[in-house]
Design a protein around this ligand. Structure first.
Ligand code: ADP
Ligand code: ADP
Ligand code: MG
Length: 449
């Protein structure tokens, strides 16, 4: 096992990893940008190193600075969290060549699955269903038009290097296709410095259901169940739950088999997630594999009792998993709300600022993963996620009731948050009846405008 780990991230996930390390008796080194220098969670790390000025490119994405912090503090491994460098194969490669363990899959796997068009190919080769679309990246508009005519409109133009719901544009006809291509290309170039695109048929009324995978370096690959992440805004998840309330046991089994097949095909190690869309007829399609810890990992932890961050660290250190599939038990229902510092009355624009009053909910089955506190100043430079409120109860009905109570108890003043939106969702009959899809939230918001 490692004795010291550097955490190449910030905010709630940095704190989440610090906590896991403390419980494992591992020392931590936190890195921070100038914008985060007063963040309270840094106190819980054994050491901290400033890696640059506020902009991510100069700090949390600054590889030379992070590697030099790792070398100065003599760590054996780096946990990348999610976002930032967590899926950067070149970063994992530099770690590997600097004799620092990257806590995640190999750089080769990161590279392969980081290209979503390539990942589709892997799925097809392994008889995992994909959405009708292009077999590789598209090279010109004519090719895009001919694929769109073959699969039929509406189509979705997607960035091969995409993530975080960005670089995606829907097209309903030839005219909008040209526009969508140009917009997606521009966005992909800016966000990912890679403008390659691919096309999928746009699946209407789909649910997003993903399967959590855990694989050690000794050939054991397990699934830890699924998560339904259909409640999204701009293709970004807002509320997740497990188990998925909308699928049959048979479909559930098929999703597990397909996810495991995908993971085996790429010799996957560490924690990963295979994402699928499920259409109205119960047919499912692979969309991508996320080669890292997910934001929504806590709901899986609640129902399985397995600490995913500790497992990631154990696996990276070479330890074998101590249990097999039959030992993984699923207990009850867990739901997570992602609370963002955003203004729901103003197009969900980020609303950074100082939290003047802060009171967290509690009680049985309530978990808050957050680095926020009273007086905390949310910097404007990063993702606006400030807290994840997670509940775990025996039934879906009880989980929803518990979550409603917890949201009511949660006091966050001084900034605008998405709490009112979550409350609205939790009271909506479609949510209560588990009758929703990936466009439900936008539809709800659109109707109100
Ligand atoms: P998950 O499936 O774990 O919810 P997301 O796609 O929401 O993953 O992204 C995880 C985190 O990474 C989020 O905080 C998101 O903002 C961030 N992220 C993902 N891709 C990018 C990107 N290209 N640029 C900036 N942040 C990103
Ligand atoms: P990212 O890498 O940004 O996470 P994904 O490919 O995982 O992108 O897709 C994110 C979300 O976008 C999905 O959960 C779904 O809501 C929507 N989406 C993606 N592909 C399609 C598709 N072919 N049809 C309909 N919706 C899609
Ligand atoms: Mg995704």
């Amino acid at each position: 096992m490692f004795s010291r780990i550097l955490i190449a991230n910030r905010g709630e996930i940095a704190l989440r990893v610090i906590r896991a390390c403390r419980e494992l008796g591992i020392e931590t080194v936190a890195v921070f940008s100038k914008a985060d220098e007063n963040a309270r969670y840094l106190k819980y790390a054994d050491d901290k190193v400033c890696i640059g000025p506020p902009p991510s490119e100069q700090s949390y994405l600054n590889i030379p600075s992070i590697i030099s912090a790792a070398e100065v503090t003599d760590v054996e491994a780096i946990h990348p969290g999610y976002g930032f460098l967590s899926e950067a194969s070149h970063f994992a490669e530099i770690c590997e060549s600097s004799n620092i363990t990257f806590i995640g899959p190999s750089s080769k796997t990161l590279q392969l699955m980081g290209n979503k068009s390539q990942a589709r190919k892997v799925a097809m080769e392994n008889k995992v269903p994909v959405i009708p679309g292009s077999t590789s990246t598209i090279t010109n508009q004519q090719e895009a038009v001919s694929i769109a005519h073959k699969i039929g409109f509406p189509v979705l133009i997607k960035a091969s290097a995409g993530g975080g719901g960005r670089g995606m544009r829907i097209a309903h006809n030839d005219a909008s296709l040209a526009n969508a291509l140009a917009m997606a290309q521009r966005e992909a170039e800016t966000a990912f410095k890679d403008s390659s695109l691919y096309i999928e048929k746009y699946i209407e009324h789909a649910r997003h259901v993903e399967v959590q995978i855990l694989a050690d370096q000794h050939g054991t690959i397990l699934h830890l169940g699924e998560r339904d992440c259909s409640l999204q805004r701009r293709h970004q998840k807002l509320l997740e739950e497990t188990p998925s309330p909308g699928i049959t046991p048979r479909l559930r089994g098929e999703l597990y088999t397909a996810a495991l097949r995908m993971a085996k095909a790429v010799n996957y190690t560490n924690a990963g997630t295979v994402e699928f869309l499920v259409d109205r007829d119960g047919k499912f399609y692979f969309i991508e594999m996320n080669t890292r810890l997910q934001v929504e990992h806590p709901i899986t932890e609640m129902v399985t009792g397995i600490d995913l961050v500790k497992e990631q660290i154990r696996i990276a250190s070479g330890e074998p998993l101590k249990y097999r599939q039959k030992h993984v038990r699923f207990d009850g229902v867990a739901i997570e709300c992602r609370i963002y510092a955003e203004d729901p009355d103003n197009g969900f624009r980020p609303h950074p600022g100082r939290i003047s009053t802060y009171h967290v909910p509690g009680g049985r089955g309530v978990r808050v993963d957050s680095h926020a506190h009273q007086g905390y100043e949310i910097p404007p430079f990063y993702d606006s996620l400030i807290s994840k409120l997670i509940v775990h109860q025996a039934t879906r009905q009880e989980a929803i009731a518990c979550l409603k109570g917890a949201l009511e108890e949660y006091v966050i003043e001084g900034i605008k948050t998405t709490v009112p939106l979550h409350t609205k969702l939790l009271n909506h009959p479609n949510f209560l009846n588990a009758d929703f899809n990936t466009t439900f939230v936008e539809g709800l918001l659109g109707r109100e405008q």
